[in-house]
Design a binder for this molecule. Structure first.
Ligand SMILES: *[C@@H]1O[C@H](CO)[C@@H](O)[C@H](O)[C@H]1NC(C)=O
Length: 409
């Protein structure tokens, strides 16, 4: 918990030219970070900013750890893309938010189209997570274990996972991730859960669902893909964070922040509005101790995902397409600097003081059974922390892969 307490007094206050991660840390946060992607790493001008750990203390792989890349055919794993980003971060003394394990999108066709039985899909999830989290064990500050399980009205998305397993796929995924890397923080991650609403309430229920199932969930990741002029108020942002802490997580993060214009080009006054919107989000994170950091979803408009997904929209980030810092950059920097020096402007507007709760609940785990069960080929059947069935279906043997993972082969 030490990382969540304010360390302002212990750190030298960076000077006026200090950069975002330095300032965020001096203000008591764990990091200021950016997502990146493999194709961009050949752009020298881009890399020169990204690799500076004073600017970005944390990196998120935008795509390389997604299921379509890591298990393109069943039981066959590839970590080339993910490793490139993780190795980049390591080489530059940056921590990694690993992203993401169970998501309805960017699934390989074999997984998305399968008409699986409940036991088959449970085994597929367990195998995928055990392999991927096992591969990155010790290298991820956190994992986005389940991504975007909710519709806008707070009901569950009709993904292959939900169709076959109902909401039980969520605790199944968290248990598998916990077993494979007990030290990584485990997050539920979604968008449009930053302010009040049906989806925010449903995200808080997911926290309870996972905990009630006896699984570990440490954090809620608020993606924060926002729109200029339509950002929730600071107090609404803080209230949503408070709802997740009340539901039982111990930390929070803005994990994919960008604030887009719906039409371009942006005017000067629009850029000022965008700066104010970034200020609101930054101040909300600063005001809540449990908010460990902010990650922007890439740092330059040159490599933003927005124009390819939202027609005509863009200019959502802190640097423009030519790597010039925008007004929003200066504002975020000033707000962090003010917090680092204890100046005005970073007080909570929430009614009550938000504090990280004590320790995560350690519910009793069910004991392993080998009675009536039978794990199919590729499924997990053992490993440290594993509490499921340990018997393989006829014709398969439970084979040791590593201390955290045995599978039926
Ligand atoms: C980036 O540079 C190009 C070439 O000089 C210019 O046409 C463009 O307007 C610049 N973009 C911004 C946002 O200033």
């Amino acid at each position: 918990m030490g990382i969540l307490t304010s360390t302002v007094a212990l750190l030298a206050i960076p000077g006026a030219s200090a950069q975002l991660n330095q300032l965020a840390k001096a203000a008591g946060k764990l990091y200021f970070g950016s997502a990146t992607d493999n194709g961009e790493l050949s752009d020298t001008a881009y890399v020169n900013i990204l690799k500076d750990s004073n600017m970005f203390g944390q990196i998120t792989p935008g795509n390389g750890q997604k299921w379509q890349y890591t298990e393109p055919s069943q039981g066959s794993f590839s970590y080339t893309s993910g490793d490139q980003i993780v190795d980049f971060a390591k080489a530059n003394d940056q921590i990694v938010r690993c992203h993401t394990l169970v998501w309805y999108s960017q699934l390989p066709s074999w997984g998305a189209d399968g008409s699986w039985s409940t036991s088959q899909l449970t085994s597929i999830i367990n195998t995928h997570i055990a392999n991927e989290v096992g591969h990155y064990k010790g290298q991820c500050y956190s994992w986005d274990v389940v991504n975007e399980a909710l519709n806008e009205d707070g009901t569950y998305r009709d993904s292959v996972f939900y169709k076959v397993l109902g909401d039980s796929y969520i605790p199944i995924a968290f248990k598998a991730a916990d077993a494979a890397d007990p030290d990584a923080k485990l997050y539920y991650n979604d968008y449009n859960i930053e302010g009040a609403g049906a989806k925010q309430q449903a995200a808080a229920k997911i926290v309870k669902l996972v905990k009630d199932a006896g699984a570990r969930i440490d954090g809620v990741g608020m993606q924060a893909h926002l729109i200029v002029g339509s950002v929730p108020s600071q107090s609404d942002l803080e209230s949503a964070m408070e709802s997740y802490l009340s539901a039982g997580v111990i930390e929070l993060a803005y994990t994919e922040l960008d604030i887009r214009f719906n039409s371009l080009p942006a005017s000067d006054s629009g850029l000022q509005q965008q700066a104010g919107d970034y200020e609101t989000v930054t101040k909300a994170c600063l005001a809540v101790d449990a908010c460990v950091g902010i990650t922007i979803w890439d740092y330059t408009d040159k490599y933003s995902w927005i124009p390819s997904v939202f027609n005509g929209a863009g200019a959502a980030l802190l640097w423009d397409e030519n790597f010039s810092e925008k007004p929003a950059y200066s504002t975020v920097s000033s707000v962090l600097q003010a917090a680092a020096t204890g100046a005005a402007g970073v007080t909570s507007t929430a009614k009550s003081t938000v504090q990280a709760s004590t320790t995560p609940a350690t519910s009793a785990k069910p004991t392993a059974s080998s009675g009536d069960c039978a794990i199919s080929q590729w499924g997990q059947c053992g490993g440290e922390g594993f509490t499921g069935c340990t018997a393989c279906a006829s014709g398969y043997t439970c084979s040791y892969s590593n201390d955290y993972y045995s599978q039926c082969l």
